[in-house]
Design a protein around this ligand. Structure first.
Ligand code: C5P
Length: 303
């Protein structure tokens, strides 16, 4: 759980919500090897957090359950986001003074829920607020995309449909969904999963015509799940455990290995996560809720 003390005293505290690919179609491949996707994405109340404060010189510190897997010295997406934003602001003459950035790492590493990308996006949002910086929206989107294909959607951190390599974003309306995230604590390589795909040209997501979001989601899929299951047998095991709790839908997010299960109520999600944690103490489970967005999506309908 979040450590309340780790971020006290920071001037800006920015949430870095976990990204959930509710469905993901791999529809093609670009010449540079990146895959074209069509994904229905939402975010959860559970995630990492970034703290920012002015400092005499740049500092980067870490805390949280999964911070051990990251080195404070290593090149990482948080410090890269800081450096790229500073470089982008330099020609405009805007100040980008030294900053202490603290990352509270609550999300498992390399787990298909956008951890590093969410951290980079939260760093950009937080620094823009701390430095009172102004960048044109297209400049910020390009900067985000340069950090990783999932960073633009994490910058938005709201329900959306992402196409292209993930950068072509349209908002969608989705309710708050009680959800359990489950990870076997086995990291999985995203490029390896893409490489193991049997087909790179699959149909896009068919979102129209369903009676509601639950029916639409049930008909959809994650094209990365079959190759990820071949590379990581724990995904089948953890999915079976989730299904046995009476969840409405069980699926893998991104390139795995995190799987998610949707429930009708927060209480049902919490009961399931508690029972699963007791039964499988070496796996990671957490009950949370997706972030809702109301109103009609730009062109993709509301559920
Ligand atoms: O952009 P990012 O660094 O997050 O992507 C990690 C890797 O995942 C890429 O190097 C690529 O192998 C694969 N990838 C892909 N198509 C995408 C996103 C990622 O092939 N749309």
């Amino acid at each position: 759980m979040a450590d309340a003390d780790a971020l006290s005293g920071f001037v800006v505290v920015e949430p870095a919500p976990a990204k959930i690919n509710l469905a993901l179609a791999v529809t093609g491949r670009r010449e540079d090897g990146y895959h074209l996707l069509d994904s229905l994405v939402t975010f959860t109340a559970f995630g990492d957090r970034i703290g920012l404060a002015p400092a005499a010189e740049d500092r980067f510190t870490l805390s949280g359950r999964f911070c051990g897997a990251l080195s404070a010295e290593a090149d990482n997406l948080v410090t890269r986001a800081r450096d790229r934003l500073r470089a982008a602001l330099a020609p405009t003459g805007q100040a980008a003074p030294p900053v202490h950035i603290h990352l509270e790492k609550n999300l498992p590493i390399a787990s298909g829920i956008g951890g590093g990308s969410a951290d980079a996006a939260a760093t950009l949002r937080g620094l823009i607020s701390l430095w009172k910086a102004e960048l044109p929206a297209d400049g910020l989107d390009a900067l985000a995309l340069g950090l990783g294909a999932d960073v633009p959607m994490c910058l938005a951190s709201r329900p959306l449909r992402a196409r292209g390599v993930g950068e072509a974003i349209t908002p969608v309306a989705l309710p708050a969904l009680p959800i359990v995230l489950a990870n076997p604590l086995v990291g999985i390589s995203t490029p390896a999963v893409f490489q193991a795909l049997a087909s790179r040209r699959n149909p896009p997501l068919a979102l129209a015509g369903a009676a509601g979001w639950a029916e639409a989601l049930a008909r959809l899929r994650n094209d990365l799940e079959p190759p990820a299951r071949r590379l990581c047998p724990e995904i089948a095991a953890i999915s079976e455990s989730l299904a046995a709790t009476g969840a409405g839908l069980v699926r893998m997010s991104g390139s795995g290995a995190t799987c998610f299960a949707l429930y009708d109520t927060d209480a049902a999600a919490e009961t399931a996560a508690a029972a699963l944690s007791r039964r499988h103490p070496h796996w990671f489970f957490t009950a949370t809720s997706t972030l809702e967005a109301q109103g009609k999506g730009a062109d993709d309908g509301a559920y």
